[in-house]
Ligand binder design. Structure first.
Ligand code: WT7
Length: 567
């Protein structure tokens, strides 16, 4: 069955009530994402339908029907409740893409607690900053990641429970540690979901900004309305689809579309918990007969790089619909995918704060390769002047993307950071912090970010966080972090560093500093290049001018340097 009604038809008479009615939700009533993504699908008669097909790096496969997902999320919810976890407490998920992550997410939501997913490659410092900000009560993790938590446990008296999903039976557990083996635990047949309402908090995702520490983006259970409908209309999820969202639920795509959108639509989704290679990805598509594939430009460019020979070795004819998110999708990638897969990747634009797709190449709409497409029905989007905050009258002008607040999945707050939250709104518009233009047919063309945040392979990295980590290295006196161009990742992190007296540039020191950042923060934040210099460019007031270093890396005009100290 097709979901496709033309974009023009959809926008004519759009109302979010369409989703509310499909989900049988009435204003003021209970709405719990955990229940909608499992129990409800069973009530619809799909208890025995596979909901999650998981494959690990060793090739081992696990399958969960919707009834399994219901029972196991009940089990996790009951376990958390028995531990004393209360509604609205933060429970962190710190795991690889294993089934416990997907099902645990629903379990947390069933208790009314807030799910706080964090990317499992985070080092102890990245982890600490986010757990400390959220005053997280419990963390669910794997043996392999537990040492990073134990290292910072002493600094976190509020973190009462470290829950291990793969503890070895009989082996003594450490301080505050408990074991929960999801597959072996006795199923809990009935769990009374906490009666969350539309505005009850659901998910807390952390995202990086230019200055200051990462911000906790607070979402609510009502976000389901947007995530359900955009999954159905933009990702075009259908009853018979086998869906693969390649994103990690440590980031918002992996929860909004890798969990909530997929399960609330009752489709079968596949997860590959293994490192990237073109060969293994194509094999995965062939093996599971993937029909809908939601991925990211960096992955697509890596596939382009791997060439077409390898594509011919696999039967990819199951692919019906492809979409992309996270960074600019170059027109070459769109044209290439249409040629080699017979389907173009359709670009979608949104961010952690928006919770769901804002602008997209809607199925059936004319595609302009390189454009992000048009606003989702019900979303008012435009481009405004960066100083007057007024929309432009004529097409083609570059300005700030502006969205009219009010869609269901919009963030409700930055955790404990009201001031930064308020700054995201101007003149009645929400500003995502990106620049774009709109052409005469209403298509959006992404230009760039409006801040210094680095988007490397679809992941946002704050130069401030990397600079702070660098300063903790014994050899580093000062540092400035910018992006530099890269074919696959679009941008990678580059650090300019001045050394303390007694330290001298060497390739050993170079590696040592890189590793230091990787361990503390994450592999994503690790500078791919370190340039040792004698002095950093600064303003007269002593502020480091990243802009100059950035321009140099990108071969751009340096612009006004009149306030420069040592020019
Ligand atoms: C930022 C949001 C929600 C997806 C995962 C990233 C950039 C996102 C596109 C696109 C160009 C894009 C923007 C945005 N971005 N999609 N289609 N074209 N840029 O979520 O970590 O919150 O990052 O990613 O700069 O603001 P995020």
């Amino acid at each position: 069955m097709t979901n496709i009604v033309s974009y023009e038809e959809r926008i004519k008479s759009f109302n979010w009530e369409i989703a509310e009615q499909e989900l049988n939700y009435q204003t003021g009533q209970v709405i719990n994402i955990g229940w909608y993504c499992s129990d409800r699908i069973c009530h619809l008669g799909k208890a025995d339908k596979p909901g999650l097909i998981w494959e690990g790096s060793s090739g081992i496969e696990k399958r969960y029907t919707y009834n399994d997902i219901r029972l196991k999320s009940n089990t996790i919810a009951q376990f958390l409740q028995d531990l004393g976890i209360r509604p609205e407490e933060r429970v962190c998920l710190f795991m690889d893409k294993i089934p416990e992550l997907y099902i645990g997410f629903l379990g947390i939501l069933k208790t009314g607690a807030i799910a706080q997913p964090l990317f499992s490659a985070f080092g102890d410092e990245s982890l600490f900053i986010r757990l400390d900000n959220a005053r997280t009560t419990a963390i669910i993790t794997q043996k392999k990641h537990a040492p990073k938590v134990r290292k910072i446990l002493g600094k976190m008296p509020y973190l009462k429970h470290l829950i291990l999903v793969d503890a070895e039976p009989g082996k003594p557990l450490g301080e505050r540690e408990v074991a929960l083996n999801m597959d072996e635990a006795e199923n809990v047949e009935h769990f009374q979901c906490f009666p969350t309402k539309a505005e009850s908090p659901s998910v807390l995702h952390y995202t990086s900004g230019t200055t200051g520490q990462p911000k906790g983006v607070k979402h609510v259970h009502y976000s389901l309305i947007s995530q359900y409908l955009t999954s159905k209309w933009v990702l075009d999820l259908r009853e018979e689809d086998i869906y693969w969202c390649t994103a990690d639920p440590g980031w918002v795509t992996g929860t909004s579309y890798g969990i909530i959108g997929a399960f609330s639509n009752g489709v079968t989704q596949c997860v590959l918990d293994a490192g990237f290679s073109a060969e293994s990805w194509y094999r995965f598509i062939e093996k599971h007969r993937i029909s809908m594939w939601y991925s990211a430009p960096t992955a697509i460019r890596s596939l382009m790089k791997a060439g077409e020979e390898v594509i011919r070795k696999y039967d990819l004819s199951s692919l019906r619909h492809l979409a992309s998110v996270g960074e600019p999708l170059n027109s070459e990638a769109v044209i290439w995918s249409e040629r080699v897969f017979g389907r173009p990747f359709l670009d979608t634009y949104w961010q952690t704060e928006t919770g769901s797709i804002m602008i997209s190449n809607y199925p059936g709409m004319k595609i302009k390769p390189g454009s992000m497409g048009k606003p989702f029905p019900g979303i008012t989007a435009t481009v405004i002047h960066p100083e007057t905050y007024q929309p432009y009258d004529e097409p083609g002008r570059i300005g700030l993307i502006a969205l009219k607040p009010g869609w269901p999945s919009m963030m409700r707050a930055y955790w404990n950071n009201e001031e930064t939250y308020r700054k995201k709104f101007r003149n009645g518009w929400y500003l995502p912090g990106d620049r774009s233009s709109i052409d005469s047919e209403g298509y959006f063309w992404f230009v760039g970010r409006d801040d210094d945040v680095i988007n490397t392979g679809g992941h946002l990295v704050s130069p401030f966080e990397v600079e702070s980590a660098l300063l903790e290295h014994p050899a580093v006196a000062e540092s400035a972090v910018v992006s530099k161009p890269d074919f696959v990742n679009m941008e990678v992190v580059k650090a300019f560093v001045t050394l303390k007296p007694g330290f001298f540039p060497s390739s050993d020191l170079d590696l040592d500093i890189m590793n230091f950042v990787r361990k503390k923060l994450s592999p994503l934040a690790m500078p791919q290049e370190i340039e040792f210099i004698d002095n950093l460019p600064k303003t007269r007031s002593g502020k480091i001018m990243r802009r100059i270093l950035h321009a140099k890396e990108w071969g751009e005009e340096i612009g006004d340097t009149s306030t420069l100290e040592n020019d």
